[in-house]
Design a protein. Structure first.
Length: 237
């Protein structure tokens, strides 16, 4: 009975304040104006609901192929340095470029286009692309997508990138759990330079978002310390 109480209280304390947050990345470089959102499927359920909105006006090297995009293992470097993002997120060490959509569990975790198809050039904002990726993770130092980046490639060349940042509760485009409203929560603004509309995501400031991530890490550390104290007290009974 005592062991059951220990395990139950420990699990409850470790879960407190550590619920996975939705993540977003807003890319606005070299003709790529795109917004990515990653929403957890639910507490303790691996995977994410992914939405992509915006447009890509860049000229594709291979128009029939489009643009590859991936989650990369590191954040974007200073001055929007996409090369600083390292390689694709690939904790299982699968081969690059050998993803079969029919067997996504054998693909690199971060190979989104390999599993779900490339992005196509578009002169106007399109409706959101939506899919579920069951390989994406929020937990584990090697597997988590938290603190990574999204990179768009043109025939292998990195042309746009942005950090994956948490969507805080006070963010302009934060949504209630399960609410299907990503496109409605984007504001389409007119670009006076060439007269076309760009999908511009209303996001929290970068520093504020990073502070939210640091706060989540602090809560996890606190919960872990409290759990350890409770376990020690119960074991001493």
């Amino acid at each position: 009975m005592r062991r059951f109480l220990v395990l139950t209280l420990t699990a409850a304390l470790l879960c407190a304040g550590t619920e996975a947050q939705s993540l977003q990345a807003t890319l606005d470089m070299n003709g790529v104006h795109a917004y990515f959102k990653f929403t957890p499927l639910g507490p303790g359920i691996p995977g994410a609901r992914v939405k992509v909105a915006g447009e890509i006006r860049a000229q594709a090297v291979k128009p029939n192929v489009g643009f590859e995009y991936h989650i990369h293992e590191k954040p974007v470097g200073p001055n929007n340095d996409c090369m600083a993002t390292g390689g694709h997120l690939d904790p299982a060490k699968f081969s690059d470029g050998h993803c079969n959509p029919a067997t996504p569990d054998k693909c690199q975790e971060g190979d989104l286009s390999g599993k779900h198809g490339n992005l196509k050039p578009s002169a106007v904002p399109l409706g959101a692309i939506t899919y579920v990726d069951e390989q994406l993770r929020w937990e584990g130092a090697a597997t988590t997508i938290v603190g990574r980046s999204v990179v768009v490639h043109n025939n292998g060349t990195r042309i746009a990138c942005a950090d994956l940042l948490p969507i805080g509760p006070d963010a302009v485009n934060s949504a209630a759990e399960g609410e299907d409203d990503d496109v409605e929560r984007h504001m389409v603004q007119s670009d006076e330079r060439d007269g076309y509309a760009r999908a511009v995501s209303l996001t929290a400031r970068r520093n504020g978002a990073i502070s939210g991530l640091e706060g989540s890490i602090t809560m996890w550390t606190l919960a872990t310390s409290v759990a350890a104290g409770v376990v020690a007290a119960l074991m001493a009974l």
